[in-house]
Design a binder for this molecule. Structure first.
Ligand SMILES: *Cc1c(COP(=O)(O)O)cnc(C)c1O
Length: 358
């Protein structure tokens, strides 16, 4: 078997969910499990949170159906609503909590004949300008939706653009915009993602929506996951499959762009961009071998990458390599590669076997 596996620690996911609940006492939480639970495996994550989570949030009807098949009771929030009117009967059949993010979705719902009414989350565009209705439109629609046969609970939802930057002025603007609608008698309100849950208590409302923190990565540039009390859920582990000596002046890898500045030991690792490791990770990106960080050397290949082992004279074929995980936070690798933990976690490809620990 190829020595590359993503080990998922489900106890860490449960710990992180409990931490989210602890940070927002008395509030309910939708565990965000879109995109195959950020790459961790939606079935296993939902099972691990069964009996724990107040609800789940997903990005599509297909994802919602997968969660519903495992969980007959849970509230399941469809974060972007239905993409077409013909999805509404299925949303009703599955008993989803439905976001209405634009006027087209509102009119489609009000025109639909549904087997049962749905819990509706009217989405306010409080300043991110991606999805949602303007304040005035929310006000205008409120009475129509309140009286509609298709609507059970009528709830309000919005989303922060910059909650990962605590001091960003848009946070206050968005919170104010949301609070400005407090006079409307919504049943439930929801505003906070992981970053807001952790740093903006005034945004907690009735339901929080933690995503990235459940998987033990940080939403912040300046606070590590460990500092926040989060436990990493995924470890991506490979092995050294070759080790060689390279003379000073010799190059390593495609394009011959990395050149040894001294006689070097180069290790070849069984992980590449077809596994989801970022191809654009530059030389120097940390890789965990022999209990320390070793620098990536040369371009990441499809199935392999190379590492400078000069500081690790004892390294040998078969040695364990952690691309990210318990020892090397995914956020640190992401920063070196100019991206975020979210992208690395969700991009681990299907050919990487997942193993689960509980
Ligand atoms: C993905 C998503 C979340 C979760 O965000 P994190 O930053 O991962 O906590 C919350 N709300 C909405 C609307 C989302 O799309």
């Amino acid at each position: 078997m190829r020595p590359l596996v993503a080990t998922i620690d489900l106890a860490a996911v449960v710990h992180n969910y409990q931490l989210a609940k602890h940070c927002a006492p008395g509030r309910q939480a939708f565990a965000v499990v879109k995109a195959n639970a950020y790459g961790h495996g939606v079935r296993e994550v939902v099972s691990a949170l069964h009996g724990e989570a107040d609800g789940f949030a997903v990005a599509s009807l297909e994802e919602a159906a997968e969660v519903r098949a495992m969980h007959g009771e849970a509230r399941i929030l469809l974060l972007e609503g239905c993409f077409a009117a013909d999805e509404l009967p299925m949303a009703a059949h599955l008993g989803l909590d439905l976001v209405l993010q634009g006027p087209e979705q509102v009119e489609a719902l009000l025109a639909a004949e549904l087997a049962r009414p749905l819990n509706v989350w009217l989405k306010l565009d409080s300043g991110m300008h991606r999805l949602g209705l303007e304040s005035a439109a929310v006000r205008a629609l409120f009475p129509r939706l309140r009286g509609a046969a298709q609507v059970a609970e009528l709830n309000l939802l919005s989303h922060f653009a910059c909650a990962d930057e605590r001091e960003h002025s848009l946070n206050e603007v968005q919170l104010e915009c949301f609070l400005d609608l407090l006079d409307l008698d919504f049943d439930q309100r929801s505003l906070a993602n992981s970053a807001a849950l952790l740093m903006i208590p005034a945004s907690h409302m009735d339901w929080v929506r933690p995503g990235i923190m459940l998987y033990g990565a940080t939403p912040f540039a300046e606070h590590s996951a460990a500092e926040l009390g989060l436990k990493p859920a995924m470890s991506l582990d490979a092995q050294l499959i070759a080790v060689r000596e390279v003379a000073r002046g010799e190059s390593v890898g495609y394009g011959a762009g990395w050149v040894a500045e001294r006689p070097s030991r180069i290790g070849t690792v069984s992980c590449g961009y077809a596994d989801g490791y970022p191809r654009h990770a530059p030389a120097g990106t940390p890789v965990w071998i022999g209990g320390r960080r070793q620098p990536l050397a040369g371009r990441v290949c499809m199935d392999m990458l190379m590492v400078d082992l000069n500081d690790l004279p004892g390294a040998a074929v078969g040695d364990a390599v952690e691309l990210w995980g318990v020892n090397l936070p995914v956020d640190e690798v992401a920063r070196a590669a100019g991206t975020v933990g979210y992208e690395l976690l969700t991009k681990v490809t299907a050919r990487v076997p997942r193993r689960y620990r509980t």
